[in-house]
Design a protein around this ligand. Structure first.
Ligand code: GLU
Length: 479
């Protein structure tokens, strides 16, 4: 039996979790779950100047919120830890020593300025900018001299002329010319490992079988394969999926609108909807279905089927899916999820009758696209939030509307049934008395009762409002 796959999501905590990275996490997670393997979370925080603990905290929260549970990693046990690179520095040092001993690396004393100068000169002469190996062949004395001058050094890997080839599970055969790659840094002058160095050691020591990541890492894979060879490690299978693009086909970024999981969460996108949407993007499912549960996504996931070309992010489609998930959400559950949004919109959910709130949410949930919209849908049920919109005022200016409103109020003033019966009887009475029907009838009543010209089914709105509130709202128009 083939060993169970071990995959990892390895974010750098240098910003909020981008939907593109969330999609990488999702692909890894689905792959692990589909094959009964392991999904590992590793925090790549060796760039001290850009990493922040707050980003790491948000990252873990966002992943948990999305339901992408990891089997090993921070907050979990696991035999391959620590799962945070900043806690693995000894391991990287040991491995550096192996490469030093094998004479595969050398100290580089070049300063940022010198490197930049070299880069510019290469660009000017229309050559590929890369490190040309200035420090590669320094003598022991020359090195000592630089040490005496107080220069700090990084360590660079000696790139040999070679062709690097590998088989990508999505992209097929890949080939890179070693010629074009300069000796690259594996340990920076501050002693921290570079991404390419640490990632190889970690993927190896953590037993990673498949590296699934965005195609922006393709050229890194070439460098990483050189390190695999230098250490005598067997490389994992590499899989580079396409990136998410904006409608202009440029890489999805802030200028396209919301891009982080946190932003969508704040908008009131449900995690199920976001996961479903990200899973569909660059479609990894063949049967054309678009609304898929987590289980269905796991079952139908085939990594090789992921599209090679970039996937366009369509926020409207995400909203469409979100509306479906909201509609299908159990009302009790939806109320819990809505609470923070209700609070934010100034609604005190504890102060209202739970059963009444249930009726309200049950009625408006079919109209919601995001949870954050809730305030503008339930305001009609709260006297302190109800306002007469300009459109409603316009409708109520008409003569027929005045007659309708008066007749409706007239009936209600003497009505004695339950709200459902009263509404139906009041409508019948008004119709007979004024001759109004259709839009003239219902729009006028809607306008006066809700202050709006659109909203949920009017009879249901009336039942929730009740006779007294309805009469209170009708009164100013009947005097
Ligand atoms: N820390 C890298 C990133 O966030 C991980 C890339 C990889 O998966 O190897 O892009």
């Amino acid at each position: 039996m083939a060993p169970k796959p071990r995959v990892r999501f390895a974010p750098s905590p240098t910003g909020e979790l981008h939907v593109g990275n969330a999609r990488t996490a999702l692909f890894n997670w689905m792959f692990a779950r589909h094959h009964g393997g392991y999904f590992i979370l590793r925090i790549e925080d060796t760039d001290e100047s850009r990493s922040a603990l707050s980003y790491q905290v948000n990252l873990l929260n966002d992943l948990s919120w999305l339901g992408l549970d990891w089997d090993e990693g921070p907050q979990k046990k696991g035999s391959y830890g620590p799962y945070k690179q900043s806690e693995r520095l000894d391991i990287y040092n040991e491995h550096l020593q192996k490469l030093i001993d094998a004479d595969l690396v050398y100290p580089c004393y070049c300063t940022e300025e010198e490197l930049e100068e070299e880069r510019q000169a290469l660009i000017l002469s229309k050559r590929m900018p890369r490190y040309m190996g200035k420090c590669r062949n320094l003598t022991a004395d020359e090195r000592k001299q630089r040490e005496i001058e107080g220069r700090k050094h990084s360590f660079r890997f000696k790139v040999q002329p070679q062709v690097i080839e590998f088989e990508d599970l999505i992209r097929g055969a890949m080939k890179f010319e070693g010629e074009a790659i300069g000796d690259f840094i594996i340990v920076r002058s501050n002693g921290m490992p570079s991404y390419n160095f640490a990632v190889v050691i970690d993927d190896q020591l953590m037993g990673i079988t498949h590296v699934i990541r965005g195609e922006d890492h393709l050229s890194n894979t070439a460098l990483q394969l050189m390190l695999y060879k230098a250490f005598g490690f067997v490389p994992p299978t590499f899989v580079h999926h396409s990136l998410i693009l904006g409608k202009d086909r440029a890489k999805l970024g802030k200028r396209h609108g919301s891009v982080s999981v946190g932003e969508f969460r704040k908008q009131g996108i449900l995690p199920e909807a976001l996961i479903n949407y990200l899973g569909l993007l660059g479609s990894s499912f063949t049967d054309g279905r678009e609304v898929l549960s987590r289980e269905e996504m796991i079952e139908g996931f085939v990594l090789e089927r992921a599209s090679k070309s970039g996937a366009i992010f369509d926020e409207e489609k995400l909203h469409w899916l979100n509306a479906i998930y909201i509609r299908n959400c159990k009302t009790e559950d939806l109320i819990e999820r809505l609470k923070p949004f209700l609070e934010q919109a100034g609604y005190k959910t504890d102060a209202v009758d739970a059963k009444w709130l249930y009726e309200v949410i049950e009625l408006v949930k079919t109209q919601l696209t995001t949870l954050a919209e809730i305030g503008s849908h339930i305001d009609i049920f709260f006297d302190d939030k109800y306002i007469m919109t300009a459109e409603a005022k316009e409708i109520l200016k008409k003569d027929t509307a005045c007659q309708v409103v008066k007749a409706f109020a007239e009936y209600l003033n003497t009505a004695a049934g339950n709200p459902q019966e009263n509404y139906l009887a009041a409508i019948k009475y008004t119709k007979e008395k004024t001759g109004a029907k259709g839009k003239d009838l219902f729009m006028s009543i809607r306008a006066v009762l809700t202050g709006k010209v659109h909203g949920p089914e009017l009879d249901k709105v009336f039942v929730i409002l009740g006779n007294d509130t309805a009469l209170k709202r009708l009164k100013p128009f009947t005097d």
